[in-house]
Design a protein around this ligand. Sequence first.
Ligand code: NAD
Ligand code: ZN
Length: 415
Amino acid sequence: MFPFDEQAIGRHQRGEQSVLPTTHPSEQSAGLFALGAPVTHWAVKATQSVSYEIQLCDDVFALDNLTLLEDVTPAGGRPRRLLVVDANVDRLYGARIRAYLEHHDVIHRICVIDSGETAKAMDTTLRIIDALDDFGIDRRREPVIGVGGGVLLDMVGFACGMYRRATPYVRVPTTLIGLVDAAVGIKTGINNNGHKNRLGSYFAADRTLLDRTFLGTLPHRHVSNGLAEVLKIALIKDGRLFELFAQHAGQFVTTRMQHPADAATELLERAIQGMLEELQPNLWEKVLERVVDYGHTFSPTLEMHALPELLHGEAVSVDMALTTVLAERRGLLDAGQRREILAVMAALRLPTWHPLCTPDTLGRALRDTVRHRDGQQRLPLPIGIGSATFVNDVTDAELAEAARALAEARFEVTR
Ligand SMILES: NC(=O)c1ccc[n+]([C@@H]2O[C@H](COP(=O)([O-])OP(=O)(O)OC[C@H]3O[C@@H](n4cnc5c(N)ncnc54)[C@H](O)[C@@H]3O)[C@@H](O)[C@H]2O)c1
Ligand SMILES: [Zn+2]
């Protein structure tokens, strides 16, 4: 419905997109939108729908698995694909990927990209863009395929979003952070000028194929790193997910999520379902109270100050351990639940403490986060295991007490 007089419609486009000359409200109610009325400025409003698919798909590059190529096959012609692949993934899986493409007679080029956060930069992104140019990509038929961890996928998404303003792409994550986090939402990004993910965009991949078998070669530490983000979902919204951790945490790490297979699959499904339930209604993060920010209040400062000692998930784990104790001190969970949570973190080989957990650093970390949450703490805290609330009244003194209590509690677990 247009909020103005029918006579004025000749001045605007009908439909989803509209360009509305706006006038003073009293003029609107007086019906002064007729042709010839003075226009002071134009307000443009348009909406764009976002849709994408995520699917579990074991062994993406098995010769008889056509899922990756099912998007478009030209009538009578050979399919063409540009793949952008992380260097370590290429070393481990490159021969298999090439055999797959050759078996299916795909005209292809593989652009291999250096691994690591230092490569997650503009010059590498421009290399990807050059590869798109050189390949002469047909945007309607030839989605770019990104194969790698969160670093690679964030860069491929950013490059594709910029290339001719939107070039479709498919994500094949190969790390656990990629499977449960980086490849699930629509954010892309690169580091710039010393800041993490300072440049980026919201640009969804058409499809994401989640292949757990890649985790079979992932270093154990990176498995634990990804499981920290899954534990986050368990603590704030999924008690059953926590049960899976309580039963199998150690085995998930040692077998790199390959065994027990049923439990590992259920864990992935629940983690992704939980993540999407939170992301979908808030894809552009306009709402600042996000339970998925649990573990992400103090961790950005800890991670940055401890660099390169702590991986992201490890810093998140320290944050979750601290806020678990803080929640216990507020009576939101009991000592038994706190012990269970810290025991799972230990079984996952995740840290529950860091020397940077000083009152001074924690206070600064909280103030920094408040700046990013539009002036309020909006601190998610667990209620028991599997539910959460937000608080805005944490004091420096309370933080200092929680840090002291955590320093004692962690010995209960490791003893
Ligand atoms: N866009 C988002 O919403 C989002 C969400 C979470 C994280 N991220 C980003 O993701 C990045 C972290 O992702 P990550 O933890 O996957 O790191 P990563 O991409 O650097 O991968 C970690 C290491 O594992 C190697 N590797 C990848 N797959 C492998 C495999 N199957 N076997 C053996 N080695 C393998 C990589 O070469 C790298 O050395 C960060 O830059 C973060 O900002 C983005
Ligand atoms: Zn995170």
